[in-house]
Design a protein around this ligand. Structure first.
Ligand code: EPU
Length: 315
């Protein structure tokens, strides 16, 4: 039996609303509208901080009321349960860069300072205009900087960890700390960052290059992505991690899973490692399809696929 009672009462939430503003604390927010896969039931509370100071207020309130919480960026690498999330979802995402917010973006020389809530595509285009190379690979990735750092997102042979110089994080006790690159342990789709640290921003170390050459590289990557990935469809990106030296998409393809569907969830006919929402997909559909893909790949190739997408909530 799933407990659908909110973990925080409206009275307790009112306290936070008084501090950070009523429009920044929303009850019963449909997570399907905050994820790229468009799946997920309601979150008890959705918090929309704009500044580090508001984020600190939210954390201090969470510590007081003692509720589960989770940070969301663009919701591009996550599968929420149809029952939603019992607790607080903190969404850190800005539509465009603004100084002194969690989505600031500026540079000095080859160092780019960026807030956790800036979209990766925005960072890529900003760096291209500034004549800085090193972020072109991120151009078609729908996530934000915070999520990309946490999961060490990557494409075209590059990873977020390649360009990180420093990270700014908030501890669960509300302390703002700077982590130097050598204290981080990036590896494939892994940052080694403790789960209770909230990423608020990063400094990227890039290299000067001709803006027209950088823009051409971005165009090439965009074209490549358009031809090989279902970018226009609703998905959570690549569903599985690539096994060492292999492509999960290729293995899923060999196992004959492309086009296979459960309810509204279907394996993309274009790229095997994407599950697309062809309308009305549920988390149950998706998990059932994931199980069946894993089973088929195991039978056909002997490889056990590991999820890249984070699955959250009781399914
Ligand atoms: N392939 C197939 N069938 C498929 C898919 C791929 O045969 O259905 C083959 C391709 O033809 C190619 C090889 O597998 O020979 C590799 O495919 P691709 O270049 O598409 O790269 P990938 O390994 O499937 C990885 C990342 C992507 C990233 C691309 C491009 C992972 C899990 N995936 O995909 O990242 O965009 O490289 O650099 O690491 C993500 O992490 O969410 C993601 C989409």
């Amino acid at each position: 039996m799933i407990d659908t009672n909110p973990t925080v009462s409206a009275e307790m939430a009112e306290e936070l609303r008084q501090v950070i503003g009523p429009r920044s604390v929303l009850p019963q927010a449909a997570l399907s509208t905050h994820t790229t896969f468009k799946v997920g039931g309601p979150a008890d509370w959705l918090c929309l901080p704009e500044t580090v100071s508001q984020l600190r207020d939210i954390l201090s309130w969470i510590n007081k009321v003692g509720t589960p919480w989770i940070v969301l960026g663009n919701g591009s690498n996550i599968l929420f349960s149809d029952d939603g999330f019992r607790g607080v979802v903190i969404k850190i995402r800005g539509a465009r860069p603004v100084d002194h917010t969690l989505w600031h973006l500026s540079h000095s020389g080859v160092q780019v300072r960026v807030g956790a809530g800036v979209g990766l595509a925005r960072v890529a285009s900003y760096c291209a205009e500034a004549g800085l190379t090193g972020m072109e690979w991120a151009t078609g990735i729908p996530g934000v900087v915070g999520g990309a750092v946490r999961g060490n997102a990557g494409a075209h042979g590059w990873e977020m960890g390649d360009v990180i110089n420093e990270l700014e994080v908030l501890t669960s006790a509300g302390m703002l700390e700077t982590l130097q690159r050598d204290s981080l342990s990036f590896r494939y789709r892994h940052s080694g960052l403790a789960s209770d640290l909230l990423i608020t921003g990063a400094t990227l170390s890039l290299t000067e290059d001709d803006p027209s050459i950088i823009r051409r590289r971005i165009q090439e990557y965009t074209e490549q992505r358009k031809n090989t990935q279902p970018s226009a469809d609703q998905s959570a990106g690549c569903m599985f991690k690539n096994p060492a030296g292999e492509s999960a998409g290729r293995l899923i393809d060999i196992a004959g899973c492309k086009g296979v569907a459960v309810g509204g969830a279907m394996v993309s006919p274009l790229h095997g490692n994407f599950i697309v929402n062809r309308g009305g997909a549920t988390s149950k559909d998706t998990l059932s399809l994931i199980d069946s893909i894993r089973e088929k790949v195991r039978m056909e190739t002997g490889v056990e696929l590991e999820l890249e997408v984070r699955v959250v909530g009781s399914i």
